[in-house]
Design a protein around this ligand. Structure first.
Ligand code: ATP
Ligand code: MG
Ligand code: MG
Length: 355
């Protein structure tokens, strides 16, 4: 029997396992710090739920296997300098940027990129961690050890943020979910909506961009492309070589979720065009305790990650798949009082976009 190993034992690995069960695929997420290194069979397959990992007995055992999907690509994506360089090489539009080198000064960056510059650590950042704003008006400084360890990006005055979840099978055929509209607060994703009629005009362009990238690196499985929409142009913010938080709505809104798509493609099972139902939205549960009353909200689908709760930590999400403004409105009215008060901006954003 074949096993699909997942490097990392967080929620993404768990949701891959959950999606694979009905397909008869055995998925084993594995904690990178586990004491016991796994013993892999020759025909097993390896995937990862994170971009980067330290060398441990577990990661070394997984990385040594010949069926590690997209293995070489992780090193490119995990380093923002290499990732942005690849986007430039492929002439894919991205926020203007440069490497912060030993001799780079604040004024170099302001001269080239403008009054507001966002420094991003080359490695390890997520949920907006590992970022530092450089504002000319405030004369902010480049932190000492960020030289050579960060890139600098122009502040993009975007209208909104969208993402595309793409899938490429082992024969090189690409599949896409409809574009997702995303709300970030303090660098962390709080809510997503898909599909939206007004995003349809951007679907083809976005698919072409991601097809070019996935094909260039002979990618297999799910890849996410986060974009800024500036006027009617899309600029790539960043790429994730894995299932992505902005695709969690596919668990409720598609016959094949992003997790199932990834499992199908990396294990060489047949892939088909996902069929999308209803209007879908997802609310991330960030730093709040589990509340079983959420389960009583009509049409809600809770995923609780069973992690310890800490401020700013993603601990679950709720999907809704609905038709008709009355039904959507009723669901939002029901859920709002069951969420902490800081969710009122998120609920109001959902109301503005959906009603
Ligand atoms: P993720 O959890 O998505 O991996 P991350 O920590 O890798 O996040 P980014 O996606 O690069 O970080 O940035 C997080 C958010 O910060 C973006 O979604 C966007 O809202 C904002 N942001 C990032 N880059 C820029 C930019 N150049 N100009 C303006 N806002 C930006
Ligand atoms: Mg990221
Ligand atoms: Mg991001």
């Amino acid at each position: 029997e074949q096993t699909l190993w997942v490097l990392g034992a967080g929620q993404l690995g768990n949701m891959l396992q959950h999606a694979a069960y009905p397909l008869g695929v055995n998925v084993k997420p594995i904690d990178i710090d586990a004491a016991q290194a796994p013993v892999l069979a020759k025909n097993d397959v390896v995937t990862a739920e994170r971009e980067e990992w330290p060398s441990t007995p577990v990661t070394d055992a997984l990385a040594a296997h010949s069926n590690f999907a997209n293995q070489a690509f992780f090193a490119t994506i995990a380093d923002r300098f290499k990732q942005k360089s690849l986007l430039d090489e492929l002439e894919l539009a991205t926020a203007p940027w440069q490497l912060v080198e030993t001799a780079t000064t604040e004024s170099d960056l302001h001269n080239k990129l403008g009054d507001r510059v966002l420094l991003k650590r080359r490695k390890g950042g997520y949920d907006g961690r590992g970022q530092h704003w450089l504002k000319k008006a405030e004369q902010s400084l480049i932190p000492d050890d960020w030289h050579n360890n960060a890139i600098a990006e122009q502040a993009i005055n975007f209208c909104e943020e969208v993402s595309l979840i793409g899938v490429r099978d082992q024969q090189g055929k690409c599949y896409f979910y409809p574009l997702t509209l995303n709300l970030h607060q303090n660098g962390i994703l709080t809510a997503s909506i898909s599909p939206l009629n007004r995003l349809k005009p951007y679907q083809e362009t976005a698919e072409k961009m991601l097809t070019k990238l996935m094909s260039a690196v002979d990618y297999v499985g799910v890849m996410a492309m986060e974009c800024f929409k500036v006027g009617d142009k899309l600029l790539i913010n960043e790429i994730a070589p894995r299932v992505h938080n902005s695709g969690h709505w596919t668990q409720a809104g598609s016959n094949i979720s992003q997790f199932e798509s990834h499992v199908r493609c990396v294990t060489g099972l047949p892939m088909i065009v996902p069929s999308i139902r209803n209007t879908n939205f997802m609310i991330n549960l960030i730093g709040c305790e589990l509340d079983k009353r959420w389960l009583a909200v009509e049409g809600s689908e809770l995923f609780w990650y069973q992690k310890s709760v800490r401020a700013g930590r993603k601990v679950g999400h709720i999907n809704f798949s609905k038709t008709g403004v009355e039904n959507i409105s009723a669901a939002l009215d029901q859920i709002e009082p069951l969420l902490p008060s800081q969710y009122s901006d998120t609920i109001n954003w959902l109301r503005k976009e959906l009603l």
